[in-house]
Each structure stands twice: as structure tokens, then as C-alpha cells.
Ligand binder design. Structure first.
Ligand code: NAP
Length: 308
């Protein structure tokens, strides 16, 4: 039986791995589909303390994993299919295999939010993407007009990154002010290759018949006017939704599916703790996720000490 199983290997999960490993709990970290989490798809992380020149997201996560493993954490590729927290020890089914644990830390992170258009789904990976760092350099996007949807830090980051490849980057935002941090917003607005289109939403991605992205249909929310914009790629960056579907009915989830924190890092189930973006709809930073991972590890350690 495992002392502690950590579900997720982003900043929260791997930091929990470092702390529980150093507490001699021999933790098992299950990576999920995307080892290293969402940060691995970021180009440069400029606000993680200790890196004055920024750090590549993939590199940061690789270092975190090494650090956790150095102290004895076992990081295993695996996708958790279901959990049973109704009895203790807890059951976690990963890739068809049953893992039994005395304590669990949920650090399953968040995934990209979708626009919810049928054409978006049909053209995913055919010009519609959720990650500029992953796909921006593809030949199909080179020297072509590109569209980024959103007005937050992610959208700004994607737009800035895509100026390296596209002929022009249209930033489609549903309001007339960016939600992004001031420094990111200023960079975007000062970049001559980025053309913001305010108060507008994408109502359709074209062209499903051709099986590739050729443009978007836009609607201005203030005037109701519609227009079609030619582009070769649509980069959707409208925020994230927590990866908590498998925990439905097992721990209390709040509005929009975030795991409810009772106190500290405790969930509604004693012995099940939570950390990172799957429980945080407010801060959602790499450093806050890491801090939550640390707290969950300390809480799990104390729980196990008091239970034994
Ligand atoms: P976010 O801050 O929640 O912004 C999402 C954006 O998408 C908002 O502008 C929102 O519009 C828009 N939006 C949401 N649903 C939409 C829809 N259905 N149709 C059209 N637009 C829609 O998400 P984020 O940019 O992914 O950032 C998440 C967190 O990560 C934030 O805390 C951010 O600071 C952080 N982050 C930081 C960095 C960095 O510091 N380098 C980089 C990336 C992310 P409204 O503004 O109208 O709500």
C-alpha cells in the first residue's frame, strides 16, 4: 500500500512530491496525460521567483521533477481513470491498475477552455489549436494571418509569441480592455504586428467543408455587425477549466467544478488533500500552485502521522 499518491505532475504535484519525499513518505506521483502540466506548453516563465532572466516552462518542470526524484519521489506516467474515496485506504485506478493509498493529494490541474463551437471541434488540429508554443511554428501558419481569441495573460502571451511566425496576429477580445497584467497588455498594444479587434466574438470557424482553417466569422457585441476575417490558424486562449471530472461524487466540488477546500489543503474527505489549479479559480500562478503543493504535502504528512 502507498503512503501517499499524488495525482498530477504540474507545479503543485511535483512540489508536493518534493516535500512528501523529504518526509520519507516515498510518494507515488502519477503524471496524467501531460507530464509536467500546462506550464510545459509555455515559452518563457518570467514571474517564477529566482529566475531573473525567466525560465523555459518545460525546463522548469523538468528541473522540478528531477528535484522530486532526487529525494525519492517515484514519478510514473499514468492516467487516473477513477477513484474511490468512500473508504480508507483510498482506491485509485490508473491505466487499469488498482493503487491503494493511505492519503491522496489531488493536483490534477486545469485544461484549456473551448469556445463551444461545432466548427472549432471539427477543425481542432486542422488550424484550431490551444497552444501557440506547441503549434505556432508549423509551416501552415508561417507568414499567414493568425487569430488569437481571449484577453487575458494567456492570449497576450500567445499573440506575442505568434508574431514570430504570422504575417499579422488578430487578437479577438469580447470587451474593449484586456484582462491581462499591465506589462503583458502594454507589450501587446505596442506590437505593430498585433491588431486587436475589440468587443467581438468568434461565431464560426471556417471552413469545415475544406477541412482546414481559412478564416473566422466575427460578431461585434456592441453593434451586432458581422464580418469574416481570413486566417490560417485560430489560437484559443480563453482560460482554463479544472480537470476534476473523475472526482465528481468523490469529493465536494464547487462552482465550475473546482475542488472545494475546507481548510488548509483539506477536501471534504479526510486524508484527501488538494493543490493547484484544480482548486484555484483566483490566482492560478505557477508559484501559487507550488505553494499549495507544499501545503498539501505538509498536511498529508501530519494526517498520516496522526493516523498511525
Ligand atoms: P483568464 O485570465 O481567465 O482570461 C481569459 C480571457 O478569455 C478573458 O479575457 C475572458 O474575457 C476571455 N474569455 C473567457 N471565456 C470566453 C469565451 N467563451 N469567449 C470569448 N472570450 C472568453 O485566463 P488566462 O489568460 O488563461 O490566465 C489564467 C491565469 O494564468 C491568470 O491568473 C493569468 O494571470 C495566469 N497567466 C499568467 C501568465 C504570465 O504571467 N506570463 C501567462 C499566462 C497565464 P473577459 O476578460 O471578458 O472575462
Amino acid at each position: 500500500m502507498e503512503n501517499v499518491v499524488i495525482i498530477g505532475s504540474g507545479c503543485a504535484g511535483l512540489t508536493a512530491g518534493i516535500y512528501t519525499a523529504r518526509a520519507n513518505l516515498n510518494p507515488l506521483v502519477l503524471t496524467g496525460v501531460a507530464p509536467g502540466g500546462l506550464l510545459t506548453t509555455t515559452s518563457i516563465v518570467e514571474n517564477y521567483p529566482g529566475f531573473p532572466d525567466g525560465v523555459d516552462g518545460y525546463e522548469l518542470m523538468t528541473r522540478l521533477q528531477k528535484q522530486a526524484e532526487k529525494f525519492g519521489a517515484r514519478v510514473k506516467f499514468g492516467v487516473v481513470e477513477s477513484v474511490d474515496f468512500t473508504k480508507n485506504p483510498f482506491w485509485v485506478t490508473v491505466d487499469g491498475e488498482l493503487v491503494v493509498a493511505r492519503a491522496v493529494i489531488i493536483a490534477s490541474g486545469a485544461g484549456h477552455r473551448h469556445l463551444g463551437l461545432e466548427s472549432e471541434t471539427l477543425l481542432e488540429k486542422k488550424g484550431v489549436t490551444y497552444c501557440a508554443t506547441c503549434d505556432g511554428a508549423l509551416p501552415v501558419f508561417r507568414n499567414k494571418p493568425l487569430v488569437v481569441v481571449g484577453g487575458g495573460d494567456s492570449a497576450c502571451e500567445e499573440a506575442l509569441y505568434l508574431t514570430r511566425f504570422g504575417s499579422v496576429v488578430y487578437l479577438i477580445h469580447r470587451r474593449d480592455t484586456l484582462r491581462a497584467s499591465k506589462i503583458m497588455a502594454e507589450r501587446v498594444l505596442a506590437n505593430p504586428k498585433i491588431k486587436p479587434i475589440w468587443d467581438s466574438v468568434v461565431t464560426d470557424v471556417l471552413d469545415v467543408k475544406q477541412d482546414k482553417v481559412t478564416g473566422v466569422r466575427l460578431k461585434n457585441l456592441k453593434t451586432g455587425a458581422e464580418q469574416t476575417l481570413d486566417c490560417a490558424g485560430v489560437f484559443v486562449a480563453i482560460g482554463h477549466a479544472p480537470n476534476t471530472d473523475i472526482f465528481k461524487g468523490q469529493v465536494e466540488l464547487g462552482e465550475h467544478g473546482y475542488v472545494t477546500i475546507k481548510h488548509g489543503s483539506s477536501t471534504s474527505v479526510p486524508g484527501v488533500f488538494v493543490a493547484g489549479d484544480c482548486a484555484d479559480s483566483v490566482y492560478r500562478q505557477a508559484i501559487t500552485a507550488a505553494g499549495m503543493g507544499c501545503a498539501a504535502a505538509i498536511d498529508a504528512e501530519r494526517y498520516l502521522a496522526s493516523a498511525s
